[in-house]
Design a protein around this ligand. Structure first.
Ligand code: SF4
Length: 426
């Protein structure tokens, strides 16, 4: 296939998806409700936290230092986890990560998952299902998306594009009883559906918000309490996350947990922060250490590269690795507000364009890069002030060098160069 054909196919597919979502009434309704709620909650939460700006500055410093010293930090983290009886694996790409996790899980197992964008990135669910495992998402949003055979559209609230009316219809179908479009009633139904499954599961798979190199700790921030069950009830716990999540100390990891909630959900603090340091153990019998008491017997941590090291080599794009995935920039992005995030990419908004370019390739990122208005709102809303518009500008230059630009934009550019205006007027 010639480069020209590939390029045209890419843009055409994207334009078709845009047309679809622009006429999606359900998406409009859900997105409008969510946008208003996000903005007002975040504003009032930040007003009540006058010290947050110091924490934000500190998180940026920690992340910048960590990315510069990533190799040493990963080495230290691996050593600490393995001293505690866990195992750490470095996966260079999606297929290696899936293969490693597939070997740990095996087949014919019940696998529970808590929310993890990295498992979406490597398409882990379908891989494990092909190995004849039953995979059950436990985060409410992820479960809704899974039951609808849909895809997440937001890093924090995966089912933000689905209205409560449609969710009620879904659970009415699942349970065979009428579920009203009332969030409390829906949550009660889901609680009942998942309660027993936790104790039957063989493996729990989670992501991580930060990893502390000095203690080998895994830090997970959540509200629902499902991550606690997933990481505690099954005999095996597998953590899957990007290698950029390692920071020097547990204290650094905890500062990230202070900055995330107000920017992600507009809360002062989430309901739960779990700190997991090694598999479950006891020394209660004659001080002899035994692994696996009430919590998991095995702990495995898979650290994913998948383009991250390449990103780190670029002086501007490496900033994207500082991202703490709070989603604040999405909630302010005019393009995201209009189109949502459900158009075939694993990451969304401006920062998602950069991630897509390095995780999935420049061709996949091209249509999204040219959709950005460079309005700068994402940078202003970002707790770390990541300069996403400048990254997108640089990416557009690289895409243009590879001829990965929409035909209309290219002819407009030629017209400007030749005639001084995009319409080719004399
Ligand atoms: S780019 Fe900034 S605002 Fe957007 S998800 Fe990352 S940290 Fe949050």
């Amino acid at each position: 296939m010639s480069v020209k054909r590939v390029r045209e196919d890419l843009f055409e597919e994207y334009f078709t998806r845009i047309e679809e979502v622009l006429y999606d009434e359900d998406l409009r309704r859900a997105s409008d409700r969510a946008t208003e709620t996000f903005a007002s909650r975040k504003e009032s939460s930040l007003r009540s936290l006058p010290y947050i700006k110091y924490y934000r500055k500190r998180v940026r410093e920690v992340k910048a230092w960590s990315i510069e010293h990533l190799d040493e930090l990963i080495h230290e983290f691996k050593e600490k986890v393995e001293d505690l009886g866990g195992k750490v694996y470095l996966a260079k790409d999606r297929s290696e990560a899936c293969r490693v996790i597939g070997e740990i899980v095996g087949s014919g197992k019940i696998v529970l998952k808590s929310k993890s964008m990295t498992t979406e990135e490597i398409e882990l669910n379908s891989y494990l299902e092909r190995l004849n495992n039953t995979v059950i998402e436990t985060d409410l949003g992820e479960r809704i998306v899974q039951l609808l055979h849909d895809k997440p559209s937001h890093v924090v609230v995966p089912a933000v594009h689905i209205s409560r009316e449609r969710i009620a219809q879904l659970f009415s179908k699942v349970t065979g009883k009428t579920v009203p479009p009332d969030p409390s009633a829906i949550v009660k139904v889901v609680r009942g559906l998942l309660r027993d499954v936790y104790m039957k599961a063989d493996v729990g798979i989670s992501g991580a918000n930060a990893l502390a190199a000095n203690t080998g700790s895994i830090v997970i921030v959540e509200n629902e309490g499902n991550a606690r069950f997933v990481t505690n009830a099954p005999p095996t716990h597998v953590v899957v996350c990007g290698m950029e999540k390692v920071v020097p100390t547990l204290e650094d990891a905890m500062i990230i947990t202070q900055v995330l909630p107000p920017h992600a959900t507009g809360q002062r603090m989430t309901s739960y922060i779990s700190v997991i340091t090694g598999p479950s153990s006891t020394s209660d019998i004659e001080l002899i250490s035994v692994k696996g008491v009430h919590g998991p017997l095995e702990l495995h941590v898979v650290l994913l590269d998948n383009g991250r090291l390449e990103m780190r080599r670029d002086p501007l794009f490496k900033q994207a690795l500082y991202c703490i995935r709070c989603g604040s920039c999405l909630n302010a992005c005019p393009i995201y507000q209009l189109l949502g995030g459900n158009y075939g990419c694993k990451y969304f908004g401006g920062i998602g364009v950069i991630w897509t370019a390095f995780n999935e390739g420049f061709e996949k990122a091209a249509p999204l890069a040219f959709a950005c208005t460079l309005c700068d709102r994402c940078r202003m809303e970002c707790p770390l002030e990541l300069d996403v518009p400048r990254m997108i500008e640089k990416l557009r230059g690289l895409l243009s060098e590879r001829e990965l630009i929409p035909a209309t934009l290219k002819s407009a550019t030629n017209n400007i160069l030749e005639k001084g205006n995009p319409l080719r007027m004399d």
